[in-house]
Write a protein that binds this ligand. Structure first.
Ligand code: ZN
Length: 592
């Protein structure tokens, strides 16, 4: 019989530890420590308490926990001395059924890994969907993680242990994250559509109005119809728009959505998660034959990433009346103009102004998005409350010094352009760090025509500065630019600097942020508030209506714009549940 939270909360301490036996391999101390957090409000709360029990333990305990795990396809498996849980997991991943070549490869990796890190390689082999990674995925992950820094890898091992525990807890409590599985599967199926040239490489690339892009739109629209939306259509810029009408006609509308285009060789969840999570909510409402006192509109935005044309946020921008007709003459890499691409896709350019929304008819905009960063993953927290989308400024600059012989120019007679930029980079790093939540990056750095034996005569660089509000961002910019001036004066070099981009911060509307907080808190997971370092469609809607975002933890350190981008079925389940709670609570508010 499945374990229940009530039974666990009510059990005497020894009995409670026994009920959690085997969740953390050969380490009952994890359960003992976690039980101090009883009563558990939810399974997610229990999972977090167990992860916290490890995070706050003296360092020798987590290391012992890692070492308590068997090697993958190792001696314990051969000798059949694995725990029942481990046997089932390794079996599900096909590891009990390796070819001699695979076994040899895994043994070599086990040996190299053990020598480097001093503990066994730990991977949640049932994977982010819970149904088992392939042997190929396991070996590729093993090879990749062998290159990690030891500190990082130790933390990654613990995160995998927490994921193993999560799946074991789901099994023990008889819980299937069915909604999370559906959201996962929709994203997986949508990723079958990818632009030509990338399909062959097994990479996901969906840029604006390509065949793959239009196939995605058709697929999303089809699923929205199946889910039970009242109306589904593709608008004049290619956005997929589904509406689930209110209980009473004329009620206001809650707007949500995210983008379905991707960067080149991107991830499957960036953007798409924010379409499918609310789609799952509508499907459940329809199944219950339930109407809300407000209409619910889910938009799959056609263009956010600005990959094929420099028209970033074209999809969400069109909803607030931002469409620059000059974009129409832009050509893609093959010389196809945006105008022709839109005509080819059957879009009517003259209809674009008509899709501008009247903010008076909307309650606000909410967006669910994968975090695209490492923070939630490191903290073992599944959902994050976004406080603001950072405002940013970008510059491209160049410092001009004097090229001279690297052997004959004494150190006190140099005008080294690269050294000046190096000083600037370190200053920007320290200045941004001082704020705690500002960021500054020099991502491009180049000594044009540099030589190994020449003091750099000039040095080109980029500068990207972001912060949760504009005054904070502008203060960092002012300090960094003042320092650039001072460095150049001191070194006797000159510089040019050009502002390439400026975007205002989009702080979350307090009432909407509070609605996400209430929903997340009701799930029993800790509230964690954080700014969004990346730009999102919500930035556009922010200009005309209140908005707030919810982040979902990514795994693999939250890597994004990369095929390794991922999240789990359990976290997606929590995202759907949080959204359902937000809708339910909003329905209970007086005249929202
Ligand atoms: Zn995105």
């Amino acid at each position: 019989m499945a374990l229940t939270l009530e039974a666990l909360n009510a059990a005497p301490p020894d009995e409670a530890v026994r009920l959690l036996d085997g969740i953390y391999e050969h380490s009952p101390w994890v359960a003992e420590r976690a039980l101090a957090a009883r009563p558990f409000r939810s399974l997610a709360h229990l999972k977090y308490a167990m992860a916290q029990a490890v995070a706050t333990a003296p360092p020798e305990l987590p290391l012992a926990l890692i070492r308590a795990h068997p090697e993958l396809a190792g001696k314990a498996m051969e000798a059949k001395t694995l725990t029942a849980e481990s046997t089932q997991e390794q079996g599900k991943a096909g590891l009990t059924n390796c070819t001699p070549e695979e076994l040899e490869r895994i043994r070599a990796l086990n040996k190299a890994y053990g020598e480097k890190f001093g503990f066994p390689f730990i991977l949640a082999v049932r994977g982010p969907r819970g149904d088992g990674l392939s042997k190929g995925e396991i070996i590729a992950t093993f090879e990749r993680r062998l290159h990690h820094h030891p500190d990082f890898e130790r933390a990654e091992a613990l995160r995998n242990i927490h994921r193993i525990a999560e799946i074991r807890l789901d099994d023990r409590f008889g819980v299937v994250p069915a909604l999370g599985n559906d959201v996962w599967d929709w994203q997986e199926k949508l990723a079958a559509h990818t632009d030509p040239g990338y399909a062959e490489l097994g990479q996901l690339t969906v840029t604006y109005l390509t065949d793959a892009h239009r196939a995605c739109a058709a697929q999303i629209a089809g699923w929205m119809r199946e889910a039970g939306f009242d109306s589904v259509g593709i608008d004049a810029v290619g956005n997929v728009v589904g509406r689930y009408e209110a209980a009473t006609p004329g009620a206001k509308t809650l707007l949500t959505g995210s983008h379905y285009d991707t960067v080149r060789n991107g991830g499957k969840y960036d953007g798409r998660l924010g379409i499918f999570v609310p789609m799952a909510c509508v499907r459940e409402l329809k199944r219950q034959n339930r109407r809300l006192p407000f209409a619910f509109e889910v938009v799959g935005f056609a263009e956010e990433e600005g990959q094929r044309y420099k028209a970033t946020f074209l999809g969400s921008g069109a909803l607030i009346g931002h469409f620059d007709r000059n974009w129409l003459d832009q050509q893609d890499a093959d010389g196809v103009t945006l105008r022709d691409a839109m005509k080819h896709a059957g879009l009517n350019i003259d209809d674009i102004p008509k899709i501008q929304r009247d903010p008076a008819k909307y309650l606000g905009f909410v967006e669910v998005h994968i975090e695209q960063g490492p923070v939630l993953n490191e903290l073992d927290i599944p959902l994050g409350i976004v406080t603001s989308i950072n405002g940013g400024v970008r510059f491209v600059g160049e410092v001009f010094g004097m090229a001279s012989h690297a052997g004959t120019t004494p150190m006190d007679r140099r005008r080294d352009a690269a050294c000046a930029v190096a000083e600037l980079i370190l200053f920007a790093e320290q200045r941004a760090a001082k704020d705690g939540d500002s960021v500054a990056t020099v991502g491009m750095l180049q000594v044009p025509n540099g030589s190994i034996n020449v003091v750099p005569g000039n040095c080109r660089f980029s500068l990207d500065i972001r912060a949760p509000n504009d005054p904070q961002r502008d203060a960092v910019v002012a300090d960094v630019l003042a320092e650039l001036k001072a460095i150049c004066e001191r070194r006797g070099v000159r510089y040019t600097l050009e502002e390439a981009m400026r975007a205002a911060a989009a702080p979350s509307a307090p009432a909407w942020q509070a609605r996400w907080e209430k929903a997340v808190d009701a799930l029993g997971v800790p509230l964690f508030r954080m700014p969004s370092g990346a730009g999102h469609d919500a930035m556009k809607l922010h200009e005309v209506m209140p908005q707030a975002m919810l982040f979902v933890r990514g795994i693999n350190s939250g890597i994004s714009h990369n095929p390794l981008e991922s999240s789990t079925n359990d976290d997606m389940q929590l995202a759907v549940e949080a959204f359902q709670l937000l809708l339910d609570n909003l329905a209970k508010e007086d005249a929202p």
